[in-house]
Design a protein around this ligand. Sequence first.
Ligand SMILES: Cc1ncc(COP(=O)(O)O)c(C=O)c1O
Length: 439
Amino acid sequence: MTNTPIDFNTVSTVLNEFKIADLSNATIREIVKITNTIEEKTGEKFIRMEMGVPGLNPPKIGTDAEIEAINKGLGSKYPMLDGVKSLKEETSKLVKNFIDIDVNPAGCVPTVGSMQGGYATFMLVSNLDPKKDTALFIDPGFSVQKVQFKVMGHKYTNFDVYNYRGKKLRSKLESIVSKGNINSLIYSNPNNPSWICFTQEELEIIGDIANTYDLVVLEDLAYFGMDFRSDISVPGKAPFQASVAKYTDNYILLISSSKAFSYAGQRLAMLCISDSLFHREYPNLKERFGVASLGYTVIQRLIYTFSSGVCHTAQYGLAAMFKAANEGTFNFVNELRDYEEKAVIMKRIFTENGFKLVYDKDIDKELANGFYFTISYPGFEGAELIEKLLYYGISAISLKSCGSERTEGLRACVSQVQREQFVDLENRVKQFNKDFKVS
Ligand SMILES: Cc1ncc(COP(=O)(O)O)c(C=O)c1O
């Protein structure tokens, strides 16, 4: 098929120039680069589904508060390592109001995005006990987190949860952690890339396993509140954001401001370290970092040496948003519903034209519509599908690169796709379906 929506020869030339042998191993940034190059050369606009950049403006409450902090001259002052007091207090209230858990403000610690929160906590859990030298990812997951482990030289293992939902999760986890070398369980919920959300039963299983085997759960809530099937937006009232924190005290939550508060550019997230972990002492931390306390190590050793704290003024912006959310004057969930609406439309366009959803159920419930969904097309493996779709002006990343065993699948992100592009998307997907007829 050479009569493609995007000039066939240009796409072929660019792909040859990049010399990526297997596009299912390409990083998000590589796909971004390839797509930018094709767009530049052809002047055609792509349906950009590869990168999870927030598609919304930052809330005015946040930017106003940050501007005020800038105007006060805080830009010249080093922030405290453990964070601005008001942000710590509002975060503690936020997790009470929207997760229904109690975390002391001391354990609410800002990081330079959850990227840094991940790096710090991955380093932490890898150094708690010399016998427990391996982290366990409940995959699929955010691929760069595994790159972080590789950069640090610490070990991880992983499995795709696709075939182990519900009760089956317990025996699968037990079969791995019972070997005695696992230090932590890591996952995001809602999940990047699959948008599955663990049920209460599954979270309880994860919590039980963490208690039994004394593991730390690193629960990545980058998409806090974005399981739109359950509206958590009323402070202090059920339903709440589902969390393992209901079932274990061995948790550290990572709450990114990037997606839920459209603040990605300010690089700010919160670690919420359970009170018991925050104060817990580990002989190996003492040996490795000179202090035994977990909370002290995170703040005074890791955050200190990584970046000496977090952008001072951005913390005031986030504190203002959290305060307004806590007081019920800022419904951050409603702000995000645009993603839900776009996901409904885009899923329809793909599934009406021969594509299948790869991860499609939370046990017996349809998946939520949100930031990501996953697709495949009969007869294609992921690498080939990424390549073919580029000729049709659509960019996405492979599920394989996210630790998924569903190597035929791609992750589609809705955020960057404009509503005005839905017509183009539909035409391109229709032509794809016509050109590659499913027999
Ligand atoms: C699951 C997950 N964790 C962490 C991050 C990184 O968040 P931040 O922008 O706060 O560094 C992302 C961003 O896409 C993500 O999807």
